[in-house]
Ligand binder design. Structure first.
Ligand SMILES: [Zn+2]
Length: 293
């Protein structure tokens, strides 16, 4: 697949459902809209894949046919830093997601690492790191090709600061960098205010993981409302009172020559994904026009 910034929704757009479409129809419908990524939602899954292997493979075929890059959002019922039984059950759920993601040919299974709970944050994080290394070893034994994508989180009690995610990416193989920009903004009470704030994150990633990891990052984006505890709810790009502003990220994408996969998590999934795509094109065109003599 060619290296370009791709855009798509987190889950099946509500309008597709109203039209009577099934999940299998989604890649074609997205392609018709000019979109080229799709994050399949396995968010309620338990310890076994909740899709038939045959259907997962068919979805993968449809995605490839329509040039749609597939990712999976894994189960929400994962806590890799909790009590032993909880961690064991979480590992089973994550592996079930990874198995099905592999059937689909999805390139990453995105997940929420866990909660700090009552223990020291660094202790909770270390436990999660150990559990993830065990998951990755089991994935290798199973011959799975999909990468693990721990996501940057937006609430204070969740494991997943940018530093923690970068450390996991350094220490666990194979991983894919997943940055949720709305979460970063919400966790730190609205820190992404100007393009430089996005640029600083990009520089930090490049320094820790290298240029290729930065260029090919997987992103979630939407505007977000937050409280003192962090993330409260996702909003559409048109809601001016909320941040962050995608235009600023688009500038960084162009300046650094990035080609991320951008998954839109706003309430109007595909519509805002297209808006982001148009914004990136605008930024690219205006910078090119300026560069010409
Ligand atoms: Zn998520």
């Amino acid at each position: 697949m060619s290296e370009r910034t791709r855009f798509g929704p987190a889950g099946v757009p509500p309008m597709f459902r109203l039209m009577g479409a099934t999940t299998l129809d989604v890649p074609k419908l997205l392609h018709e809209e000019g979109l080229d990524a799709f994050e399949y939602q396995a968010s309620r899954w338990g310890p076994k894949p909740q899709v038939k292997q045959e259907d997962a493979q068919k979805l993968g075929e449809e995605a490839r046919k329509n040039d749609v890059k597939l990712s999976m959002h894994g189960s929400y019922f994962i806590n890799l830093s909790g009590k032993k039984e909880v961690v064991e059950a979480s590992k089973r759920r994550l592996i079930a997601c990874a198995i099905a993601a592999d059937w689909m040919g999805a390139y990453v299974v995105v997940f929420h690492t866990g909660f700090y709970g009552k223990v020291e944050k660094s202790f909770a994080f270390k436990n999660a790191l150990i559990a993830l290394k065990e998951v990755s070893a089991e994935m290798k034994t199973l011959g799975l090709k999909v990468k693990l994508g721990p996501e940057t989180m937006g609430r204070k009690f969740q494991v997943g600061t940018i530093d923690e995610i970068l450390t996991i990416n350094q220490e666990v193989e194979p991983t894919q960098l997943v940055i949720d920009w709305g979460h970063l903004h919400a966790l730190h009470q609205g820190t992404l205010k100007k393009a430089e704030d996005f640029r600083a994150i990009a520089e930090k990633v490049e320094q820790k993981l290298g240029t290729e990891a930065l260029r090919s990052m997987h992103c979630h984006f939407s505007k977000i409302e937050f409280s003192s505890q962090g993330e409260k709810r996702h909003h559409t790009l048109d809601e001016e009172r909320y941040g962050p502003d995608f235009h600023m990220l688009a500038e960084v994408i162009v300046d650094f020559g990035l080609h991320p996969t951008m998954i839109c998590e706003s309430p109007i999934l595909d519509i805002d994904a297209r808006k982001m795509q148009a914004t990136l094109k605008e930024v690219l065109d205006s910078k090119q026009a300026k560069a010409e003599p």
